[in-house]
Design a protein around this ligand. Sequence first.
Ligand code: UT7
Length: 329
Amino acid sequence: MRATITSVAHYVPPTVLDNAYFAKYLDTTDEWILTRTGISERRIAKEGATSDLIVPAAKECIEKRGITANDIDCIIVATVTPDHSFPATAALVQHKIGANNAWGFDLSAACSGFLFSFITACKLVESGAAKRLLLCGGDKMSSITDYEDRSQAMLFGDAGAAVLIEPSDDPDCGLIDYIAKIDGSGAPYLKMIAGGSAKPSSLETVQNKEHYLKQDGQTVFKAAVKAMADCSVDIMKRNNLENKDVAWLVPHQANMRIIVATAERMQLPKEQVMININKYGNTTAATIPMCLSEWNAAGKIKKADNVIMSSFGAGYTYGSVLLRWNANK
Ligand code: UT7
């Protein structure tokens, strides 16, 4: 038995920050941001926490499937900006949507959070340990972005998304294969320095801006291009897929140039790549499910389409997943 996505939804907050907003107070331009990243605008949550971005998506996802929150037996939240260190954001989402029969937990894998929790969710469903699993990916990146730093201020956005994972009613569809890797040698290049047990919060850590994310952009960029392209090409090869057999690449949306380089290595035309970074920036755990949600709503993903999802993030964490699309009846 295979596990598959049977419903998908997303939510973005209404406030839009366009590139002109940053050009007003930082030494940057719309042209630099657009050509170096592919981003035109991003959404920012003026109030609320990550769970408040996830809950509207979760409710819509459940409603679209024609079930109730009480039918959910497990909730996983992928996030790097949990509402609190503890309790888990999954517990807060469970309570807010009234999923009274669920257990659940948070999964921390930064920009690969959705990919890693998708694999985890499918394995729980394949084993019978869960039957209707609500998998949420959401991040309030504005809560950890330094808006005075031009090397990061314009990269990120806030969003929440949710997918329902259930047994597939077609044995040929669902999760087919995955490659997932974690490599802590990359930890220094993308991290939050303070606030954890290695460096607890103090007046000094706040003054030193150590509660914002820190990134060595060029190092991460090079590692991301290689990892996403290698994993995506490998998963094609070992499943005997040529470019004509792949319907969609769904890449993590961190930088348009990383997306284009990955697609080129797979020899996929841009028309077969889900790209919405221009509208939302990098929303970390929400990027891949948001693409799936938008493309599914537009009727562009067909049953039995081979969909390759690929991501790279802090850790490093990275990988690619082959999903044969089936939304069930
Ligand atoms: O999602 C998790 C994984 N994260 C990623 O995948 C992010 C990967 N990295 C990137 O996307 C890119 O490295 C960035 C978008 C962060 C930066 O782009 P870049 O092409 O690597 O720029 P750079 O850091 O090499 O900087 C090039 C130049 C520098 O000036 P000089 O030294 O050549 O004079 C920077 O100071 O661009 C300058 N610069 C800017 N100029 C205008 C850096 N940021 C800006 C800016 N506006 N916002």
